[in-house]
Design a protein around this ligand. Structure first.
Ligand code: ZN
Length: 47
């Protein structure tokens, strides 16, 4: 099985926290920053 997007994760460079992402969460992270520490996230983090 190929579930390429199932384990897509964001690792925050500031707090080292890991957040499982989907397109909605990805958009929210870019707009609002890290959900854990609030660090801003460059829009090119997710390619
Ligand atoms: Zn963070």
């Amino acid at each position: 099985m190929h579930t390429d997007h199932a384990d897509e994760r964001f690792v925050c460079a500031e707090c080292r926290g890991t957040i499982p992402i989907n397109p909605q969460i990805r958009r929210a992270l870019v707009q609002h920053g890290c959900a854990l520490c609030g660090a801003s996230i460059p829009t090119d983090t997710f390619c």
